[in-house]
Design a protein. Sequence first.
Length: 851
Amino acid sequence: MRYDPSEIEPRWQRSWDEQDAFRTPHDLATLRRKPKFYVLDMFPYPSGAGLHVGHAEGYTATDVVARHKRMTGHHVLHPMGWDAFGLPAERAAMRENIHPAIITERNVDNFRRQIRRLGFSYDWKRELSTSDPAYYRWTQWIFLQLMERDLAYLAEVPVNWCPALGTVLANEEVKDGKYVETGDPVERRDMRQWMLKITAYAERLLDDLDDLDWPDSVKEMQRNWIGKSVGAEIDFVVDADGRAGDGESFTVFTTRPDTLFGATYCVLAPEHPLALRIASDDQRAAVTAYVEEATQKTDLARTDLAKSKTGVDTGASAIHPVTGARLPIWVADYVLMTYGTGAIMAVPGHDTRDHEFARAFELPIVEVISGGAQPIEDEAWTGEGHAVNSDFLDGMAVDGAKQAMTAWLEEHSAGRARVQYKLRDWLFSRQRYWGEPFPIVHLDDGTVVPLPADALPVALPPIDAYKPTPDGRPPLARAGDDWLMVELPDGRRGVRETNTMPQWAGSCWYYLRFLDPLNAEQAFDPELEKYWLPIDLYVGGVEHAVLHLLYARFWHKVLYDCGVVSTKEPFQRLFNQGMILGSSYRDLDGKYHHPSTVEERDGAFFAPGDDRPLDVQIERMGKSKLNGVDPMDVIAEVGADTVRLYELFMGPLEQTKPWQTEGVEGIFKFLGRVWRTVVDERTGEAAAHLVDEPADSAPELNKLLHQTIRKVGDDTEGLRFNTAISQMMIFTNAVTQADRVPRSLLLDFCKLLSPYAAHLAEELWSRLGGDGLVCQQDWPSYDEELVAEDLVTIVVQVNGKRRDEFEVARGADREALQELALATEGARRFVGDSTPRKVIVVPDRLVNVVV
Ligand code: ANZ
């Protein structure tokens, strides 16, 4: 009668299902009787590869929270669904020549089976899939709301075109000139595309970050992405010596109007409409050649700081708005058409890029802000100081000079205050099949009409091949005329839009559909939204810091403006789980070996039949490195409860940490010990130390139980799952050593264990004679007085220096003390990513970590 999760776990999963144990009530009268807690995972893209240990980490964390919140008197919304549209399914469809819907369904079935095997307490009645027409009907409906508010428009825009995929990509999907997912090269092209005006929300997306309980790093990434710059626009009149373009003007954007007297030349982006027009006869050929070359480069290659500056003189000048001096106008590709006005005034004395350019082309450099340590010809001074050589600004500090100059410009109608954002409108169409069709018809006369809401969903038609047409139109152009040609209710005729929406669309609002997934009349009932929103805890990987999390906030704000949702923000609290790394083993030839084939001898690792030690690395898990861990393999060996506990015991949730097989074994042994506190392994009967006596008949154990109730409750609430588990280990060890253990103590302990080792807790609860399901019990309360007694303060040192302290029950064992110490803020800060060389534990007093 050993602890056998393979027998216990499926049995309790069946029982939960049969009793509908995790069903969240739907009717408002019932809901309003209790406070709510909405805890959400970033739903997965159901890839063919199946679940990995990173999914299981975040999902276990939210499951523990969901189970704990139910036990503390909340209605909990804890749903799961599928971000099911997307490129990989479409590519697999091309390869295997089957419909992407079939591939998606296959992958979803696999994901669902794997997730269910972990015993998560999702309300499966709310499962949804973004590729289901009953779902994307409402995605299309939200698009109509965007249209109605002039937030969706068609525009001829320079796009990131990926020839290998035959589609455009969003800026966010391109890095270093390559598609981030596949590494395929991306080039620039002009195309007519759907755009969403996210820029209209830039200021609110920025401001409302302040009130969110999110990691600072993610807020900072969003701030940088939005990229607000406060400055001024300044107008320059062109002096082209009486040629074309003479007397025309252009506007520059600057964050440093205070340096206007230091402007010694101007630069236009190669795509600037004036660039060719103002070129002098001598320079025209050179400018034309330069412009042609520059437009082939990506923005990134052009703004690369390391690269030497190139440019060409137009031969024309600009008139300085204050002094009337003639400044040469250059064309150079370090100025981008996509930012500001596509033109700058160059101040080489105080801008590094301009300085480098001026040095390369022997343009004048003037100091207008004092304070630099080097002569201004040698280095630009970008710091603070006072205005010099600047007429009426002289003597003013930078901030004052900015204001004075902006006021002067406004007064003389030569410029104005201006706020600029790096954020661009969101390119919202893709030339793909497996996405939401747009609810849009193009009439013969060129008008673009949105379909009425009752014409939704516009379902994806079947087509014969999932690739662009030979003449380069999107795959949907392959649909038959019965899909393509539409007659509107008023009799006008037209052709359907053949682009589809990007994968981000479906994930922009899925958290709202979970509230009311079967509603056929509305996207969701607004009363349910008022009850459930905002989301109390949203857990997922940091890779979504700018894309999904910014897009979803944008849509939410639009829905707020439409009066459809009642909160300004969807995700009140965000938590990023840390990445789980794997150990990889590589030989001298660079070939990776699977960990199961590797042999350990005297602390070194070898491939069979080879006596040269392997290079062991802790790194990102990856197929090619053979260091991935399949959670299903681990479950098959040690069960889901061990995987759940290990995922959380590895370290603080937010930390990056390696998967270690010994750690998994340690947890399995711990659960075996828990099992034996209730079951006598030889007989299968109740353990001999169990007695039917009141809890206070074992005062020491009772005290420890109360301390454990407090610690596990507080730590679970604070998402410090690893230390909650340590405390349960302390309690278990004490019980193991006791001769007499009142049954009621263990019944309470099962409740604490239940959110974590959900199956084992049910099994022991029922064996101890508990009523019903342990997951449906109330969380136990603790006695303050008992908790206060017998606590000791443990000092945490790193390399002998005091860095933190924590309280724990007297007599806690070494292993638990070490775990609790390593988890403290102080230890984490000073130990960092390094592995401790030694940990010295003095029970009841101190833990010293040596690194
Ligand atoms: C004069 C100046 C003087 C500038 C100085 C800086 C320092 P951020 O902060 O990123 O908004 N700039 C403006 N538009 C540009 C474009 N399309 N391509 C490349 N550079 C551009 O940067 C704003 C500054 O970047 C602007 O202020 C401008 O240079 C440059 F001592 O104007 B500045």
